[in-house]
Design a protein around this ligand. Structure first.
Ligand code: ATP
Length: 260
């Protein structure tokens, strides 16, 4: 069997002295869209930080494309095709749309190429090309973040809470882009607090709780387990998305679910 594109082997990780990831073994196969789900504080963002070398494990190892990920090697990993869109979108608010795209020319492509690729995929960005990114709508900022990521020709795209704070229809539109990126051969990991949207595009899913993976499986199977777990704790109001923290699907962040 071929080696997974991304792999966690017995990974533990801590902030200062406090361990928050308690021994994770997980594989992410090339060409597969995987959803990583879990409530607030489950450790999802930390898992991504470990994947891209923003932080290193205290035990175990992370491997990308067959090589060990070293803490601090984020630029080298980016050049090898590992791309993270962090929670909060990761665009430069004081730069225009075009300037945000031009930053990505460090990946070796020219300005015109980067712009063309972005505007073909996201025509709305072209309409707003000279607007400061900070004044774009939340959905447009995520489009810009996706466009910037695609400009680096990623092999593995990690998306942290793509839907955060966005209206359901906007989330649906963004996820359609994720589906087409996956169809073009980019391996995608979507990290979401709310399950349904991510599960609708994922083939496999992992559920995290308290720094551990508590379930891995085919996305459909994981969804049915999540639903029954949810219904077992509290009856949601009609239309509420299932949440992994046993509360209703509404949070301060307002992350909605287009399929709810
Ligand atoms: P969310 O969906 O709320 O972002 P998450 O599943 O991504 O949650 P993490 O952000 O990975 O969870 O957090 C896992 C644990 O690590 C939490 O207990 C959190 O408080 C803690 N943590 C995260 N970042 C830091 C940090 N910079 N310093 C100290 N503790 C942190």
């Amino acid at each position: 069997m071929s080696e997974p594109l991304l792999e966690f082997r017995g990974v533990r990780a801590a902030y200062e002295e406090v361990e928050v990831i308690h021994g994770i073994d997980a594989t992410f196969e090339e060409g597969v869209v995987t959803a990583v789900l879990g409530a607030n504080g489950a450790g999802k963002s930390t898992l991504l930080a470990l994947a891209v070398g923003i932080m290193g494990p205290s035990e175990g190892e992370v491997r990308f494309a067959g090589a060990k990920v070293r803490a601090g090697s984020t630029s080298a990993l980016a050049r090898q095709g590992l791309c993270l869109i962090p929670e909060g979108r990761g665009v430069f608010p004081n730069l225009t749309v075009r300037e945000n795209l031009w930053v990505m020319t460090h990946s070796g492509r020219g300005r015109r190429h980067v712009e063309q690729a972005a505007f073909e995929r996201f025509p709305r960005l072209e309409e707003r090309r000279d607007q400061h990114a900070g004044t774009l709508s939340g959905g447009e900022q995520q489009m810009l973040a996706l466009a910037r990521a695609v400009a680096t020709n990623p092999r593995l795209l990690l998306l942290d809470e793509l839907s955060m704070g966005l209206a359901p229809l906007v989330v649906e539109e963004l996820y359609r882009h994720v589906v087409s990126l996956a169809a073009e051969g980019i391996t995608v990991v979507v990290v979401e607090q709310f399950a349904r949207t991510a599960l609708s595009v994922a083939a496999t899913a992992m559920v995290m709780a308290n720094g551990r993976i508590i379930q891995t499986g085919v996305a459909d199977e994981v969804e049915s387990v999540l639903q029954s777990a949810y219904l077992g704790s509290a009856q949601p109001a009609e239309g509420d998305p299932p949440s992994l923290n046993g509360t209703s699907g509404h949070t301060d962040a307002g992350a909605g679910d287009p399929q709810a």
